[in-house]
Design a binder for this molecule. Structure first.
Ligand code: SAH
Ligand code: DHB
Ligand code: MG
Length: 222
């Protein structure tokens, strides 16, 4: 087993279950051409997020970390008529690319990209008593994972779900003395998940075209 095989299997899975999609492919191409880092979820992961939205019957989705809007488009397409996705991004160039990708996907009436430091935008949503979200996808800087989780729990309806990306980081999460702030951010997140009685959480390791990583699945108790 090696990363090439993981990517080959991802390609096989996509060839079987994920028809090629010009709009999603154009979003990735435009993101690459604009120099954005390839930190988008894979196609299989994007479809997994979309299926969470469908299975939950989510009408309101919140995303932290937009990049070029690839995962946003996957999730927004799974919303019912009248559904809404708010996605938070701190880099103005990423917002510009995302908005263009979202327009090409004809989702500008569904997706609301908010430029700003995510912790501040989240605090504004809490302070403004935003309607609760059914589903939250956290995929920004890992240093602030605990801040994002705390706000996300406040903003999610009872019975809603929060998914957090990149909680394994090629196994580096095991390194308790790591000087990588992102690794420490994931470890602090895990401390919080282990001790917060409002949620039930697990984490699943993944391999594929995005290497070896994993995600947290967090259920907000009813
Ligand atoms: N969810 C996207 C990938 C997001 S990559 C997808 O799968 O397509 C992470 C994004 O989070 C980057 O665009 C980065 O600019 C943004 N980000 C990082 N730190 C942030 C912060 N403090 N506030 C807002 N956005 C941030
Ligand atoms: C990085 C961030 C991500 O959200 C991701 O999925 C992969 C890598 C990063 O910052 O290195
Ligand atoms: Mg990620």
């Amino acid at each position: 087993m090696n990363p090439t095989q993981w990517a080959d299997v991802d390609e096989y899975i996509a060839s079987m279950l994920i028809p090629s999609d010009p709009v999603l492919e154009a979003a990735l191409q435009a993101s690459a051409e604009a120099g954005l880092p390839p930190h988008n979820v894979s196609a299989a992961q994007g479809k997994f997020l979309a299926l969470q939205v469908r299975a939950l019957g989510a009408k309101r989705v919140l995303e932290v970390g937009t990049l070029g809007g690839y995962s946003s488009i996957w999730m927004a397409r799974a919303l019912p008529e009248g559904g809404r996705l708010i996605t938070l991004e701190g880099n103005p160039k990423h917002v510009e690319v995302a908005e263009s990708n979202i327009r090409r996907a004809e989702l500008e009436g569904v997706v609301d990209v908010r430029l700003g430091v995510a912790a501040e935008t989240l605090a504004q949503l809490v302070a403004g008593s935003a309607d609760p979200f059914d589903f939250v996808f956290i995929d920004a800087d890992k240093v602030n994972n605990t801040v994002y989780l705390a706000r996300a729990i406040e903003l999610t309806r009872p019975g809603g779900v929060i998914i957090i990306d990149n909680v394994v980081r090629s196994g580096a999460v095991l390194e308790s003395e790591s000087t990588d702030a992102n690794v420490q951010g994931v470890r602090q997140l895990n401390e919080m998940l282990a001790n917060d009685a409002r949620v039930i959480a697990t984490e699943v390791q993944t391999v594929g075209s995005k290497g070896y990583d994993g995600f947290a699945f967090i259920w907000v108790k009813e």
